[in-house]
Write a protein that binds this ligand. Structure first.
Ligand code: HEM
Length: 164
């Protein structure tokens, strides 16, 4: 079964909506994390910083899962398929990398900083926040690359034509 024109348009609306919420939330989480590491004292940090994994769990994760379900829909029910276009394959790879930078990166690192602060105190700044902020920036970067890929949809044939 293939989706018809209207179905594809609605899928695109849902896709753009969910990835906007996903990217927007990650940018806001990045802003909140920067405030936590650069502007708060230890007790404020221990109150606010646990909200970051919570935001990932309650807002980012559902949107990421929703976007991946749409990716599966594109794969099975549209002509885009899973492996027909290199940019689509590349998007799957970037989605997996973004997932790793979220789970093991942003969230995992935040839990280890919280544990460290409880044991040995809060240093703040890049000393405590470096890895968390790096992984959040990577998530944003990968998502921007996915948006560029999706809009330009680079094809082999286009490149060959432009070289000719
Ligand atoms: C989970 C894997 C994903 C797959 C398999 C996938 C696949 C696709 C496909 C096939 C289209 C083309 C729809 C069309 O033109 O009718 C599309 C559109 C788009 N995707 Fe994804 N996508 C995925 C995740 C993402 C993510 C995470 C982002 C952003 C961070 C994203 C950004 C976009 C954008 C902006 C468009 C609209 C492009 C346009 O209207 O020209 N996608 N996606």
């Amino acid at each position: 079964m293939r989706l018809k024109k209207k179905g594809m348009q609605w899928l695109r609306v849902l896709h753009i909506l969910s990835i906007s919420i996903w990217l927007g939330s990650v940018v806001c989480i990045g802003g909140l994390a920067a405030m936590c590491f650069f502007q708060l004292n230890e007790s404020e940090f221990l109150t606010v910083a646990p909200l970051i994994p919570e935001l990932y769990r309650s807002v980012v994760l559902p949107m990421a899962i929703f976007a991946m379900i749409q990716g599966i829909f594109y794969g099975f029910f549209s002509n885009w398929g899973f492996f027909k276009h290199r940019w689509v394959v590349f998007k799957w790879a970037l989605v997996i990398l973004t997932g790793l930078c979220t789970g093991a990166g942003g969230i995992g690192q935040m839990f280890s900083v919280l544990e460290k602060v409880e044991k040995t105190g809060f240093a703040g700044g890049w000393a405590d926040g470096g890895p968390v902020l790096l992984f959040i920036s990577l998530q944003v970067l990968f998502m921007i690359i996915m948006i560029v890929l999706s809009v330009f949809k680079p094809r082999k044939r286009d490149r060959q034509a432009s070289l000719a």
